[in-house]
Ligand binder design. Structure first.
Ligand code: WT7
Length: 651
């Protein structure tokens, strides 16, 4: 029945030059399980410590004696590791290459020495504005080098950054500011995306009018597009004025390994987005180790990750991992399809990119444009390709490998999460045989397992829920302000294990094939959206009685958003109302959360105790009414029949 799976090895040329070797990876993996202290103690030496850690690992996943601590007596500063320690040997090396949205605008190169100076100046300015150790700083910026500078300036003085993706709306910004209690917001007048200006400062102004944001004392504004904005004195300050007279050196704060480095909000299956908190030592060791291992990093690489710094991928694999490793990282403000579908490949040629890391949704969107926009470029510089964010279908994997990489570059399909801080399951290029569509095998130090609904461990080739049996240094430490929620969300479903929320298949070779979320989280174009957030935005409309949102398979986005909406008595469905509801969701959450299909539902399938049966709604949205399963517990089975009959045809 099953279709044959390709087994693909890296070319002999790649393998011969690869940093990793089979025996080395096998040794590391075995040691990491047998003696995690020895393994992670050794890996921690890649980082410069002010005080080296003597205690490596202190972990217990049991709820009644819960703790996750790594390198707990170590001291360091993350910005020193990303900047100062490179100055002697790499001072004139490009740290960041910036490619603007507009291909006609000139690219910029920032050396490690220049980056160090700019970070120090901003760090001094932040200190002068009253920001110190432990204070939270919101960063809402476009994909410009200044975003990395702002993050590193916070790290330098021990402030905790909280980056909000530029695609979020004022309400979402306000919720995050309120939850984190930020004292300062760093933003820009506007950003550029595909030739259009994004009103960042105006969004911050709107957010700060919303309740819960009174903690903000200062808004620091980067002049980027030069667009017209309101400046509110004394709250708003120009970045360039604040740094003008600051010295190019700044004494770094001495941080404990377990001091917070940043907070990043992510959606879960219930409630509001959670503030995922990462700490300094373990996170930096893990981001740096995985960045070098998974991307086979060499000194002269030009590395390009297309993610936005507003996501964890940007934190770990644009800023902290690459810069801790002294790499050259490209930052791109634009989008893959503007001015045309050749842009990515043109940028690769222009900057001689050697390592390229992007998301399946972008690959699928570009694949749809055919091979010509790719073939029009050389891409000779490329030697390694990466994928992240959602399962990559074998067809897209093949196109990426064959057409983009000319069958010359290994593809690393990297599975991880905001919560994991770094990549957990991925090929080690040159070592791990690849299978299109599989994230392959765990990295050293990572112990995945599959369990059934009762938490029983499943062995061999099988399918189940993906859990992790032990900690790794990059693991999140808490939900900001709600430690109990952290334990309840991740460690209660299957006691003693970290539950990922993902379903997964393991094949006869022990390879992992992530099948997608098994909770009420939708992965739209690699962005996580909680169905609960979408539903609460919909029911905020005065005409809506009830709403249920599920994901459905979408050709480009991976998953699309399918909403079932029940109107209040006497309210009539209309296309106008549909538009209003979509606008409401975009206004509450942001443009990243658009409804793809909205079905008017006279009623929703519920159990007799009133619980919405999402399993059934998912099957209807998937157009698989023959797989509805057991409907005997439904309070009113006729509801399902009418929903199946009236189902919208997506596409
Ligand atoms: C969820 C985490 C990790 C940074 C980007 C997303 C899905 C991520 C893969 C992959 C299959 C993947 C999972 C995971 N996911 N990478 N290579 N193959 N699924 O971070 O927003 O925290 O989302 O993304 O479902 O749980 P995130």
């Amino acid at each position: 029945m099953s279709t044959p799976v390709d087994h693909i090895s890296a070319s002999a040329e790649f393998t011969a030059k690869a940093n990793s070797h089979k025996e080395g990876v096998a040794f590391d993996y075995a040691q990491s399980v047998r003696d995690p202290d020895a393994f992670w103690g050794r890996i921690a030496e890649r980082i410069d410590w002010v005080k080296s850690p003597t205690r490596i690992r202190n972990v217990n996943f049991d709820a009644d004696d819960f703790r996750i601590r790594w390198y707990e007596d170590g001291e360091l500063n993350a910005s020193v590791n990303c900047l100062d320690r490179h100055l002697e040997t790499r001072g004139d090396k490009a740290a960041i290459v910036f490619e603007p949205d507009d291909p006609a605008a000139s690219a910029q190169t920032i050396t490690y020495r220049q980056l160090h100076a700019r970070v120090c100046k901003l760090a001094n300015a932040l200190r002068e504005l009253g920001i110190g150790k432990g204070d939270r700083v919101t960063i809402y910026l476009p994909m410009v080098p200044d975003a990395a500078i702002a993050m590193l300036a916070c790290a330098r003085i021990g402030a905790v950054h909280m980056v909000v993706f530029g695609g979020f709306a004022p309400q979402s910004i306000a919720d995050r500011i309120a939850d984190s209690g930020s004292k300062l917001v760093v933003t820009a007048d506007e950003g550029w995306r595909g030739g259009k200006a994004v009103p960042l400062k105006a969004n911050v102004d709107a957010a700060l009018k919303l309740s819960g944001t009174a903690s903000v004392e200062t808004v620091l504004v980067l002049r980027h597009t030069g667009g017209d904005i309101d400046m509110h004195s004394p709250r708003d300050r120009w970045w360039h004025e604040a740094v003008e007279d600051q010295p190019e050196a700044c004494e770094p704060a001495r941080m404990n390994a377990e001091d917070p480095l940043f907070i990043l909000y992510t959606s879960g299956s219930t409630g509001k987005p959670k503030g995922v908190l990462h700490t300094t030592g373990g996170y930096l060791v893990y981001a740096s180790y995985t960045h070098e291992t998974v991307f086979d990093l060499k000194e002269d690489d030009v590395y390009w990750c297309t993610a936005d710094v507003g996501w964890i991928t940007g934190h770990s694999y644009i800023v902290y991992g690459p810069l801790a490793n002294g790499a050259t990282a490209l930052m791109f403000e634009g989008v893959p399809t503007w001015p045309d579908a050749s842009r990515f490949w043109q940028v690769i040629d222009k900057h001689q990119v050697t390592i390229f890391y992007t998301a399946p949704t972008a690959i699928r969107a570009l694949m749809r444009e055919g091979d010509a926009p790719v073939k029009a470029t050389s891409r000779k510089s490329l030697r390694l390709l990466g994928s992240v964010g959602e399962p990559i279908n074998p067809e897209a994997w093949r196109w990426y490998f064959d057409v983009v990489g000319d069958a010359r570059c290994p593809v690393v399909d990297t599975w991880w999460q905001t919560e994991t801080g770094g990549i957990l399951i991925s090929p080690v290029p040159g070592v791990t045989e690849m299978k299109p569509g599989s994230a392959t095998l765990p990295l050293p130090g990572v112990q995945p397992a599959l369990v059934d609904a009762q938490g029983e461990r499943l062995e061999g080739a099988t399918e189940g829920n993906l859990v992790l049996m032990d900690s790794w240094p990059g693991q999140m430490r808490t939900v900001y302000g709600d430690h109990q929620r952290f334990i309840d969300t991740y460690f209660k479903t299957y006691p003693g294990m970290y539950f990922t929320g993902d379903g997964c298949r393991r094949d006869e070779d022990g390879y992992y094939w992530i099948t997608g979320r098994v909770d009420d989280v939708i992965n739209v174009s690699g962005h996580r959206i909680g169905t609960a957030e979408l539903e609460s935005a919909l029911v905020a409309h005065p005409k809506v009685a009830e709403a249920a949102v599920v994901g459905f398979p979408h050709d480009i986005k991976g998953q699309g958003v399918y909403a079932y909406v029940t109107l209040k008595q006497d309210e009539a469905p209309s296309d106008g109302l549909k538009k209003e509801l979509n606008a409401l969701v975009r206004q509450e959450i942001g443009p990243i959360a658009s409804i793809d299909h909205l079905q008017w539902a006279p009623g929703l399938p519920k159990t007799r105790s009133g619980k919405i049966m999402r399993r059934i709604l998912r099957k209807i949205a998937e157009n698989a009414p023959d797989q509805l399963g057991d409907t005997s517990t439904l309070a009113d089975p006729t509801v399902v029949e009418s929903l199946v009959r009236e189902r919208q045809v997506p596409g």
